[in-house]
Design a protein around this ligand. Structure first.
Ligand SMILES: CC(C)(COP(=O)(O)OP(=O)(O)OC[C@H]1O[C@@H](n2cnc3c(N)ncnc32)[C@H](O)[C@@H]1OP(=O)(O)O)[C@@H](O)C(=O)NCCC(=O)NCCS
Length: 440
């Protein structure tokens, strides 16, 4: 079934309060908007948090980034001295996006990125103040949730984030990348020659189809695509990217080829799959075949890839596909459970009563009934005893279909009735684990 991909509907599109109104004192630390003159201090401070020397972007790069993340989407943590002076000690940015849910509909989410507090200023609550301000703002804007990628896993559970998707880094020697005879196919793959806005359009159409097929896809605005396909390589994408596209169905691959003349003058290339996305496993296999068939291939690396690539099930020798690491990827912090419920499709009907705790927003905690009829759900305040007791972070971890309440109950994170955990799993089940491809 195809559900139309809806753009974010932010009820408060222009968050234009002056900085003073955003300042939330936390001891001597406050969070506010940076002024445009403070951009270098903001990024220098966050770079210092990650141990990277700050180097300013050139003008074109800066404009590209500013369009994707305008000043109004940035916050800095400042330390205030008794004489009224201020020093920027950290910051964060918010990307306005939408997240696809099981069934294909999307809900507006605030994607939190670039959170850092410089060394020397740690332990004074700056991080806590930044995240709380982000969550307050996201809720005020009407976002259904906040999402992030965690560089440190112990940080975010305390704010109600749960790990909702996983990712893996795969590597294979190119000669071992052949698929079995008879592996599904949908048709040919072509090199895509379009550039600029036309290319963004082509890739975005695929991206939207992929989002409706699997939960976990973040909508990319045109400004985000410009960064993903920029000539310079950054964490968000870019570089010397080659593009190939499926000829008959939604799917594309972004890749780089790093070639050299190796031993005895033989041409050899390390191929990096930067993004391989397809709405259908057969299309994914066609894109894999294209990559495996590139000339001179020595190694193929696919990092931040799905944990269940279709190739794993169709390689002639699946063990050759080495899983170099496997870790949490997209964390989801639910902010609007009624909306997250209404927009999601469920695999089974039923009713579960949940006692939900929330470490940040007392009004989101309480006893709720999740009721599903004909695959559609409602979330409402409930009376009577609860079947299961869990935190909002556990709901975030399970909502895209990637977690298991039975498992969380077995390890003691969720309390309550085994039959109810079984029921909840059946309701939330999906055909495969959710996939989040976009790094941010
Ligand atoms: C992680 C980081 C943001 C913490 O900043 P900070 O201002 O020192 O944190 P705070 O003083 O606000 O502490 C908030 C809470 O996080 C905890 N915390 C801080 N660093 C932690 C760490 N490395 N591991 C586990 N918990 C940590 C604190 O103990 C505190 O817990 P409490 O609420 O129970 O008291 C900072 O060390 C940093 O910038 N690190 C490098 C960049 C990074 O990893 N950013 C995270 C992006 S995903």
């Amino acid at each position: 079934m195809t559900i139309e991909h809806k753009p974010p509907e932010h009820p408060h599109p222009a968050l234009s309060e002056p900085a003073e109104q955003l300042a939330s004192a936390a001891g001597s630390v406050a969070v506010r908007r940076p002024a445009s003159a403070e951009v270098p201090q903001h990024f220098s401070s966050v770079d210092a948090a990650y141990g990277t020397p700050f180097s300013p972007m050139d003008q074109v790069q800066q404009e590209r980034f500013d369009e994707m993340v305008p000043l109004a989407n940035r916050s800095v943590a400042v330390e205030r001295s008794p004489d009224g002076g201020e020093r920027i000690i950290g910051g964060q940015v918010r990307i306005d996006s939408a997240l696809s849910l099981p069934g294909g509909a999307s809900v507006p989410v605030a994607a939190l990125s670039g959170v850092g507090v410089e060394p020397g200023a740690h332990g004074r609550g700056a991080f806590r103040a930044l995240i709380r301000e982000h969550l307050r703002e996201a809720r005020a804007r009407g976002d259904a949730g906040s999402v992030l990628m965690a560089s440190l896993t112990p940080l975010y559970g305390r704010f109600g984030y749960g790990p909702a998707t996983e990712t893996a880094n795969w590597e294979i020697d190119a000669p071992a990348a052949a698929l079995q005879v008879g592996a599904p196919t949908q048709g040919p793959v072509f090199v895509e020659h379009a550039r600029g806005a036309r290319l963004h359009e082509v890739l975005d159409a695929v991206w939207r189809a992929v989002g409706t097929a699997r939960a976990g896809t973040l909508e990319r605005a045109e400004a985000w695509w410009r960064v993903v396909l920029a000539p310079e390589e950054t964490w968000l994408g870019g570089g010397k990217l080659m593009v190939a596209r499926h000829g008959t169905a939604p799917g594309y691959v972004l890749y780089t080829v790093d070639g050299e003349h190796g031993r005895q003058g033989l041409a050899e290339a390390d191929i990096r799959i930067r993004e391989l996305v397809a709405a259908d496993p057969a299309v994914e296999l066609d894109l894999w075949r294209f990559i495996a068939g590139l000339p001179w291939g020595r190694t193929i690396r696919w990092h931040y890839a799905p944990v269940d690539p279709a190739a794993l099930f169709w390689l002639r020798d699946p063990r050759q596909l080495r899983r170099m690491s496997h870790f949490d990827f997209l964390w989801l912090r639910p902010l609007d459970m009624p909306r997250l419920t209404a927009q999601r499709r469920f695999a089974a009907d039923g009713r579960v009563t949940l006692e939900v705790t929330d470490p940040v927003f007392g009004d989101l905690a309480g006893r709720f009934a999740l009721q599903v009829r004909n695959g559609s759900g409602t979330w409402a305040v409930a009376d009577g005893p609860a079947d299961l007791a869990l935190s909002i972070a556990d709901l975030g971890a399970m909502w895209l279909g990637g977690g298991s309440s039975r498992q969380l109950r077995a390890v003691g994170r969720i309390g309550g009735d085994a039959a109810a955990a079984h029921r909840l799993d059946a309701m939330l089940a999906c055909d495969g684990p959710p996939r989040a491809v976009a790094r941010f």
